[in-house]
Design a protein around this ligand. Structure first.
Ligand code: B3K
Ligand code: ZN
Length: 854
């Protein structure tokens, strides 16, 4: 078997090979003469020898550009230029480098470096995009002060920092804070601002703007408020004050990910900042608030303190995700946020950790760093921060954070630096904790219990399965939060933290009068898979009585899951215990409606597939789908009356507000509508569709109608109503695929790729269509193989244009080893076909190579 592309030299970079930069940068002056196909970038950079470096060899990174001219200390030089950079003889002491290069933003479809989106110039530099703008030491441990001049006469021309002179066709910017090149940004075009202002804790006025295309002004108010809330929160919770006179956010339509924390000039995917009640769902609002917070919080955790090298990515990402989760928990409901995060962690990170793409939170090697902006680095990275906080306690946590900001401000740091701060504050040895950063894989935590003479004992065992390149792993420290309930439902032991640090360990609780019911891993205190022989009665008991909201939810989820597995494995009927328990919870008005909506959500198809695989079975995607359908039908029958009552009871009549309270009510009402639809054939959904006053109601109703097979009219009406709003039309694309029957999903997606509004150049639209297919397991894995082929066709088509988005979507295939041999060979044929393309990006080659190697 030959894979030409895989045989091409794709060189891995290793953490162990890190050496400090030979040259440091004192300051950078950039001039941009903007032109769609011939932008000139002039650089004047002062380099100084790094006393910590062993060599004075001089090399700069640079790709996809033409060098027009270069000079050192004013004298022209002729560097040796390759496809990835240049080398040059340089003096033995500080010198000034000047260069002029030409680049073509309008043909830059990779959306990395300087590119154009809807006629607007914009940049994306993280991780290694700056090297597509000019020759530079493009590595995060080279930090410098940037001064930028933009020429080109665009109505608005922005860069990082504070504004300087501006005049006829030019604008100047100066960023006083030393930064790595990945935080550089430039935006220019016809933009309008939604302005705001913020007074910092020391009384400084900061001007705020959200810049959008004309026409989108009405969708900025929510984002502006979220920004102000984030700024205030970081002051009160972490003592972090903003450090420039200006903070700009720009919305762009074509963007490979969610948003980017460039210093003082955050650039956002328009889907992650623009919001209005008519066009955005409650979930969109919550996500926008979280992403605005996340990018803002990077100003300290990422920008003021950055990463020494890209292996340390979790240093900024894990911590910043943790901080944005805290913020959301404070702004909304903490338990609901925790449950949502664990659902997402299991869906994305556990899946990654159990397949061929598993890697440590701090990887030790990579080929293309863009392939490591993963759920493991971000979400598991945040879980590690949460565990650390739990282990050291809140007091030590805040002392350590204060020390971290004080000790490392202005530096490019490592995970060792981060952990050292905690060791210094607590005197605790964190060597074992560090394994969480170094070893991939989700630990399995199994537990048995016994009760004798008033002593209750929990016996734990931990084991982490092998992952690519890591066969065996020593035990880790696992914080296990446990509470005990009495037989009457009262809590007899409040939450205690057990610290497990051995492969096997027992913990005793004394003074108990009877065998308690344990509530283990409260709040999901560690990212592990808990294995415990238990039964329906105990799960129903915890669902009814647990005081820990996470474990209460978890008990309901476990009950549903066990019932579904029995249906799939043994042909059992829907579990009566689950149906009774969930009906009670749904109607319990003492519980938060948002919590009840989450309790009504069922385990995902992917989650069940992994559970079956773990149990030694070969998951059949169609059988999983059928079981879920059967259970949903049974549940609709069991709680038809309750659902009707809930749907009425939780209609919001007040003016729309995207906050936790109203959105929780709408979530419960819409969960009820989905249940009703299984009984009334879509009548209630049609009524809701016809009268919907906001997108949350409208989209939920449309989903129900599609589910009932009655969506045709509404699908047409929805398109006609929203055809000029790209973000809403993305929803229109994805919903039709997501609600297709398994044998129709690939057909629906294929048909939509032929729609005049489909374009693969826009990552949002591509993901809305093909990503929706990849996210519908029964459809994607349909035995015909049509889903695999369609996705592969489009990945092959997209790769030459946009490697990053292509590579990311290859992960749709990461679970292939779970399935039967027929599906495996269908998938392998598609992976081989992708790998066999004559030219394949390094990004996609690495992803496909790793998936195939499993
Ligand atoms: N730091 C950026 C992600 C950059 C991705 C580069 N492929 C967004 C964030 O995490 O805030
Ligand atoms: Zn981030």
């Amino acid at each position: 078997m030959s894979h030409p592309a895989l045989h091409a030299p794709i060189q891995a970079i290793h953490l162990s090979d890190y050496t400090p930069p030979n040259w440091l940068v004192r300051d950078v002056h950039l001039t941009f003469r903007l032109d769609p196909t011939r932008t000139r970038v002039l650089s004047r950079i002062t380099f100084a020898p790094n006393p910590d470096a062993a060599s004075r060899d001089f090399a700069l990174d640079g790709e996809n550009m033409t060098l027009i001219q270069a000079a050192i200390d004013g004298v022209d030089v002729t560097p040796v230029v390759t496809g990835t950079g240049l080398t040059c003889d340089v003096p033995d002491a500080e010198f000034v480098w000047e260069a002029e290069v030409e680049i073509s933003p309008s043909t830059n479809t990779a959306l990395e470096g300087l590119y154009m989106s809807s006629g607007m110039y914009c940049t994306q530099c993280e991780a290694e995009g700056f090297r597509k703008i000019t020759y530079y030491p493009d590595r995060p441990d080279v930090m410098a002060v940037f001064t930028v001049r933009i020429e080109g006469g665009e109505p608005v021309m922005l860069s990082n920092g504070n504004p300087g002179k501006a005049g006829d066709g030019f604008a100047e910017w100066h960023d006083p804070w030393p930064k790595p090149a990945y935080l550089f940004a430039l935006v220019a075009g016809r933009l309008v601002a939604h302005p705001g202002s913020f007074t910092t804790m020391s009384g400084r006025e900061v001007a705020l703007n959200i810049w959008v295309r004309p026409g989108d002004e009405g969708k900025c108010a929510f984002g502006m408020q979220a920004l102000k809330d984030s700024m205030r929160w970081d002051e009160t919770e972490y003592g972090r004050e903003y450090d420039l006179d200006l903070f700009n956010i720009v919305a762009v339509d074509d963007f490979n990910m969610g948003a980017m924390e460039n210093k003082g000039l955050n650039i956002f995917n328009s889907s992650c900042v623009l919001a209005s009640p008519e066009t955005s769902t409650d979930a969109n609002f919550e996500r926008i608030e979280a992403i605005i917070a996340h990018e803002y919080f990077h100003n300290w955790t990422g920008n003021r303190i950055t990463c020494r090298d890209w292996f340390q990515l979790c240093l900024k990402e894990g911590l910043t995700v943790f901080r944005d989760a805290q913020f959301t928990a404070d702004m909304r409901s903490a338990p609901v946020k925790r449950i949502e995060d664990v659902i997402a962690l299991r869906a994305r990170q556990f899946r990654e950790d159990n397949g061929p793409l598993a890697h440590p939170v701090r990887p030790s090697s990579f080929v293309e760093i863009n392939n490591f902006y993963t759920a493991t680095v971000y979400e598991k990275g945040a879980e590690l921060i949460g565990m650390l906080k739990t282990l050291v306690g809140d007091d030590a946590w805040s002392k350590a954070l204060t020390l971290y900001f004080q000790r490392h401000d202005g530096q490019a740091c490592t995970i060792e630096d981060w952990l050292q701060v905690f060791e210094d504050v607590t005197g605790r040895d964190l060597a074992q904790f560090k394994r969480w950063y170094e070893d991939a894989g989700t630990p399995r935590l199994s537990v048995t219990d016994e009760f004798k003479d008033g002593v209750y004992t929990l016996n734990f065992k931990q084991q982490t399965p092998p992952t690519p390149g890591q066969e065996s792993k020593p035990p880790r420290v696992i914080p296990i939060a446990v509470g005990l309930l009495g037989q009457n439902g009262d809590e007899v032991v409040e939450t205690q933290l057990l610290e497990m640090n051995k492969a096997e360990q027992s913990f005793e609780f004394t003074g108990l009068s009877s065998h308690p019911i344990p509530s283990i891993l409260r709040g999901f205190s560690a990212p592990v898979i808990l294995e415990r022989e238990t039964n329906d009665a105990e799960r129903a008991f915890l669902l009814a009585h647990d005081t820990d909201p996470f474990n209460k939810w978890e008990a309901g989820r476990a009950l549903a899951r066990a019932g579904l597995l029995a249906m799939i494995q043994d042909g059992a009927a829907p579990d009566a215990a689950y149906l009774a328990a969930i009906t009670t919870v749904a109607q319990d008005d003492s519980l938060d409606p948002a919590f009840r909506a989450l309790a009504l959500s069922l385990p995902s198809q992917d989650d069940l597939a992994q559970a079956l695989f773990d149990a030694g079975d070969t998951p059949d995607p169609q059988a999983i789908w059928d079981a879920l359908e059967t259970l949903k039908d049974a549940r609709a029958k069991a709680m038809e009356g309750a659902a009707k009552t809930l749907h009425k009871q939780y209609q919001v009549t007040a003016a729309y507000d995207p906050g936790a309270e109203q959105s929780g009510a709408r979530a419960l009402a819409n969960a009820a509508l989905a249940i009703i639809t299984r009984r009334d054939g879509g009548a209630a959904a049609q009524a809701q569709y016809d009268t919907a006053g906001n997108m949350t109601q409208q989209l939920a109703a449309l989903g129900c109608l599609l589910q009932a097979g009655k969506g045709d009219t509404a699908v047409r009406a929805f398109y006609n109503q929203w055809q000029t709003d790209r973000l809403v039309i993305d929803k229109w694309f994805s919903l039709q695929v997501a609600f297709s029957a398994p044998d129709q999903a690939a057909k629906t997606a294929a048909k939509l790729t032929q729609h005049p509004d489909f374009t693969m150049k826009n990552p949002n639209r591509f993901r809305a269509t093909l990503g929706a297919l990849a996210g519908s397991p029964a459809g994607f894995h349909h035995a015909s193989g049509a889903g695999y082929k369609l996705l592969a066709d489009w990945l092959i088509a997209l790769d030459p244009l946009n490697p990053q988005t292509t590579a990311r979507m290859c992960s749709a295939f990461e679970t292939w080893r779970r399935y039967d041999s027929a599906r495996q060979s269908l998938i392998k044929a598609q992976l081989d076909r992708i790998a066999g393309q004559a030219t394949l990006s390094r990004d996609t080659a690495e992803m496909v190579g790793r998936i195939l190697q499993s």
